[in-house]
Design a protein around this ligand. Sequence first.
Ligand SMILES: NC(=O)c1ccc[n+]([C@@H]2O[C@H](COP(=O)([O-])OP(=O)(O)OC[C@H]3O[C@@H](n4cnc5c(N)ncnc54)[C@H](OP(=O)(O)O)[C@@H]3O)[C@@H](O)[C@H]2O)c1
Length: 270
Amino acid sequence: MVNSFTHSMFGKIGSTVCRLGLSGTNRPGKKVIYKALDEGINAFFCYGFDFQTISVLRDVVRGNRDKYVIATGAYNLIFGHPNLRRTLEKRLRQLGTDYIDVFLYLGVMKEKQYPDNIKDEFCKFREEGKALTIGISCHDRKFVGRLADEGTLNAFMMRYNAAHRGAEQDIFPYLSRHNPGIISYTATRWGYLLRRPKNWPKEERIPTASMCYRFVLSNENVDVCLMAPSNEAQLIENLTALHDGPLSDDDMVFMRRFGDAVHDAKKYFM
Ligand SMILES: NC(=O)c1ccc[n+]([C@@H]2O[C@H](COP(=O)([O-])OP(=O)(O)OC[C@H]3O[C@@H](n4cnc5c(N)ncnc54)[C@H](OP(=O)(O)O)[C@@H]3O)[C@@H](O)[C@H]2O)c1
């Protein structure tokens, strides 16, 4: 399969994914998740408590497991972390599957929170076939760039949006050697990219949600851009991003300018 605006071959798994992925964290309702499936969404991210998503996935993966790419993980906590193997086994049971496509160590803030013993345990999960790919979600982008270049991990999840574009320098240039799968989140920057920052002229337009997802999808390094709609109307609007294709040059310039305004207006770093 050749990668396109709408679909990607996820890293080395060899599965074709729709590049707009769904997280059900905002509890849009099971009907909305089934609707996303009907519309061709086949990449999902879930935690153990995303009961709507888990229930729908458990239903649809039976007999069709290879049609879906499921990402989940275990969280690095302020003090320690949950038992990684127990978390993985529980997620397998919850989802009614014998493997997870992308198993991530989540919430890593800095390099020292990811010691070798944790990396080794994740590698074992992959050797055992319980995780097809392993990776981290990490806010230290330079560390992620080094890990991508080194090649042991084969999936990464990261913040990337019009206001937070640091991955363009720190991560994306380091993907070509090993081609890991890339999942992005915060396309709307917690909704801030959908409203006027104080420093933005009143007469100027502001982005639509679809433009925020198209901004991310216009970057070919991203395999899956997550969305977390709160309801069916948001899902339907977000899906138009797939049909509308890459942003025009003008809209790209606009999104970067607006992203800079949102970034500059922030009160504290998130
Ligand atoms: N790896 C990590 O460390 C990490 C960190 C954060 C998140 N995540 C995961 O990533 C998932 C995706 O989160 P995200 O922030 O990337 O999702 P997102 O789609 O960028 O943002 C979701 C929010 O955007 C608003 N929205 C979405 N579509 C809209 C539309 N059509 N019109 C107006 N507003 C719209 C909604 O706000 P309203 O609800 O206000 O309407 C919704 O709550 C999360 O659910 C979580 O599972 C992972």
